[in-house]
Design a binder for this molecule. Structure first.
Ligand code: RB5
Length: 146
């Protein structure tokens, strides 16, 4: 599985830790930055990572900023992207099972490192349930893109 990563300046540390963690588990990552702590605009980085998911270059993306919220707002404007901000493992698992979310957003200023890595694992290791009732609801979200 290939996973895109991106952050703004507020979450460089968490993005780097997530990258190390995923690589140590054998995942292939595609890191879009930001590289350094000079202030940048989170939409620019969310778009880079999400475009790679839209093109099929990466299966999932993990976006981190101060809260995870700006990243998710940006990502959810993009066709085919279903992004969820998660601060707990239950939601991270449920959004894969029920919503087939392909983008996880986390806030470095919200969640501690240990929990953040558990959220990442819950998200990455859970597959969409493929249940008809969930697919029907996702199709209604997809219809809004038309
Ligand atoms: C940057 O200060 C902060 O606004 C950003 O990281 C994020 O929290 C936005 O949603």
């Amino acid at each position: 599985m290939k996973i895109a990563l991106a952050s703004d300046h507020a979450a460089v540390n968490l993005r780097e830790k997530i990258n190390e963690h995923l690589k140590s588990k054998g995942a292939v990552t595609n890191d879009f930055g930001a590289f350094g702590t000079t202030p940048v605009d989170y939409p620019d980085y969310a778009v880079k990572a999400c475009e790679s998911v839209q093109k099929g270059e990466n299966s999932l993306a993990i976006l981190v900023c101060g809260t995870g919220i700006g990243m998710s707002m940006t990502a959810n404007k993009m066709k085919g992207i279903r992004a969820a901000v998660c601060s707990d493992t239950f939601s991270a698992k449920a959004t894969r099972l029920h919503n087939d979310a392909n983008v996880l957003c986390i806030g470095e200023r919200v969640v501690g490192l240990g929990l953040a890595l558990e959220i990442v694992d819950a998200f990455v290791l859970t597959q969409f349930s493929n249940e008809e009732r969930h697919q029907k609801r996702i199709d209604k979200i997809i219809n809004l893109e038309k």
